[in-house]
Design a protein around this ligand. Structure first.
Ligand SMILES: C[S@@+](CC[C@H](N)C(=O)[O-])C[C@H]1O[C@@H](n2cnc3c(N)ncnc32)[C@H](O)[C@@H]1O
Length: 277
């Protein structure tokens, strides 16, 4: 029997578990890929929209360096607090300072034309009005500035999230987040990303598929990653036995030959656009 560890599913601790179990293995490597795609240069001012616990903000800060500036914006105070704690625990003296900005992506609390680059990693699908968000990104960019967004590719396997959703659906058939995942509302096509950026007012829009595989060091950590997703608070409503069953089922579902974790090939859409003058 897997230890249910009730604190794993406390809603207030989603950000902490995201930072601990999901960011290092999955979001950090993908964030570095997006930052490399963006071709940042030292001295730039970069806005990371839906920054979460700061995977992209930290990767960008190390490229733009001490002469640059990074603003990490997110609607979630808890996610930004986890980033702040991380910056204190693991400071990078050679990196740009990172300022946290708590606001919705649909109303970014920055002046017009105030940043050189906007990055948004796995944030757009959570936003009800993606065109309005693209328009806001366009507004805060200086003329000639660029936006780079990444979202999971619609129709591609998305592990471990697909396994998380399948297990949760068996235990909580009405789970709203599992239903959203099954309905594909948390992934997008290259066409949908390009359309959102174009309709938001960007020029020179392009979208392409990017591939990168990830693998957790242990099945234990991979199964516990579920506590860092919106499934965490949903599971917190269940009794300890059901919670333990979910963790046990997950370890079983995600197991490869020899009872070890397996590599997950992942596909994302990377989109870009320029704020014309
Ligand atoms: C999957 S996480 C991605 C976080 C981060 N970009 C990363 O790659 O690790 C999605 C983030 O979007 C944020 N978010 C969702 N809706 C938002 C909105 N309307 N405005 C700003 N942030 C939002 C959430 O709070 C969460 O931190």
């Amino acid at each position: 029997m897997v230890d249910p560890d009730r604190s794993l599913f406390e809603p207030a601790r989603v950000a902490e578990h995201y930072r601990r179990y999901l960011q290092p293995v999955l979001f950090d490597p993908w964030a570095r890929r997006l930052v490399s795609y963006a071709g940042l240069v030292p001295g730039q001012t970069v806005l990371d929209v839906a920054a979460g616990t700061g995977a992209v903000a930290r990767a960008a800060a190390s490229v733009v360096g001490v002469g640059g500036r990074v603003i990490a914006s997110d609607i979630s105070r808890a996610m930004l607090a986890a980033l702040a704690a991380d910056l204190v625990a693991e400071p990078d003296q050679a990196a740009a300072p990172i300022d946290a900005l708590e606001c919705s992506a649909a109303a970014i609390a920055l002046p017009d034309a105030s940043v050189d680059v906007v990055l948004c990693h796995q944030g757009l699908p959570f936003m009800p009005d993606r065109v309005a968000v693209a328009r806001e990104m366009r507004r805060v960019l200086r003329p000639g500035g660029t936006v780079f967004v990444a979202v999971w590719a619609l129709g591609e396997r998305l592990e471990p999230f697909d396994s998380y959703a399948a297990v949760v659906r068996r235990h909580l058939p009405d789970s709203p987040f599992a239903r959203a995942m099954a309905g594909g509302t948390l992934s997008m096509t290259t066409g949908q990303v390009a359309e959102a950026l174009t309709d938001g007012g960007f020029a020179q829009v392009a979208a392409t598929l990017e591939h990168l595989a990830v693998r957790w060091p242990t099945l234990h950590d991979e199964a516990r990653g579920i506590a860092g997703t919106p499934f965490g608070p949903e599971i917190a409503t269940m009794d300890p036995e059901a919670t333990a069953a979910i963790l046990a089922e997950l370890e079983e579902t995600l197991t490869g030959a020899g009872g070890e974790s397996v590599e997950h090939p992942l596909v994302a859409v990377f989109g870009r656009g320029t704020a014309a003058g």
